[in-house]
Design a binder for this molecule. Structure first.
Ligand code: ADP
Ligand code: MG
Length: 236
């Protein structure tokens, strides 16, 4: 579902140049949840932004659901972003003046879907995260964990196949964080490809596979941890 091969990206120019990725490679299959771990500044968010067609790589190959992004037109990239990719961030970014249902339907509304189909897809996505009964409430009526589940519903509305989550539980207590991770796990089990960026080994343990990003590159796959090793404390 996602293939990054030898992807490089730097920001700025000359003395101000910062290399964020240097030859990073990663493949994530449909139905697979991969955790990406690494210290702050190691390039995790850049990797997700490139995977989601929000940022263009300087070099390397990026393919989402068989669509190559390198050299693709702005229009083609926007279409991938809109139709295939769902983003979940740490801050929920829900719009306070819209109901839960309206927030979740928004991407489809913006995309020109009919009001009826946008709402029925939004209800379906809310059911996935267990928030369907709160459709008429406003974000301010919800707890942090509930808001994050609504944000996940908005990220998956319209059946996106690649879910990119950048430290989605950072602002949550551990119980609600686990609930959010459970939703991401279920999405993978239902066939989406899920990439979870996290600092927390316990969160990474929900994934099928853990990769480590260091200094802009994914460490050799042979050195990748298995989730159960993290939990039992076995050394890499
Ligand atoms: P992480 O998410 O692992 O903390 P990032 O991908 O955010 O890492 O950042 C990787 C490196 O790129 C860091 O040195 C960061 O300061 C730099 N960087 C990220 N985004 C930008 C940007 N828009 N402009 C300039 N530098 C950036
Ligand atoms: Mg980051």
């Amino acid at each position: 579902m996602l293939r990054l091969a030898d992807v490089s990206k730097s920001y700025g120019e000359r003395e101000g140049r910062v290399v964020a990725l240097r030859g990073a490679s990663l493949e994530v299959d449909a139905g697979e949840m991969v955790a990406v771990m690494g210290t702050s500044g190691s390039g995790k968010s850049t990797l997700l932004s490139i995977a989601g067609a929000m940022v263009e790589a300087d070099a390397g190959e990026v393919t989402v659901a068989g669509v190559p992004l390198e050299g693709a037109s702005a229009r083609a990239r926007a279409q991938v972003r809109r139709d295939l990719v769902g983003f979940v961030f740490q801050d929920f970014n829900l719009i306070p003046a819209l109901t839960v249902l309206e927030n979740v339907a928004l991407p489809l509304d913006l995309d020109g879907a009919s009001r009826a189909s946008a709402r029925s897809e939004a209800r379906r996505a809310l059911a996935v995260v267990g928030m369907r009964e709160r459709a008429k409430d406003f974000p301010d009526d919800l707890s942090g964990g509930q808001r994050q589940r609504v944000a996940i519903a908005r990220a998956i509305v319209g059946r996106r196949r690649l879910i990119l989550a950048d430290e989605p539980t950072g602002a949550l207590d551990s119980v609600t964080g686990d609930r959010v991770l459970g939703v991401l796990r279920a999405l993978a089990d239902e066939g989406s490809a899920v990439v979870l960026v996290t600092h927390d080994a316990r969160h990474a343990a929900w994934a099928d596979r853990i990769v480590h990003l260091a200094d802009g590159a994914i460490l050799d796959a042979a050195r990748a941890s298995r989730p159960e090793q993290l939990l039992t404390g076995e050394a890499r």
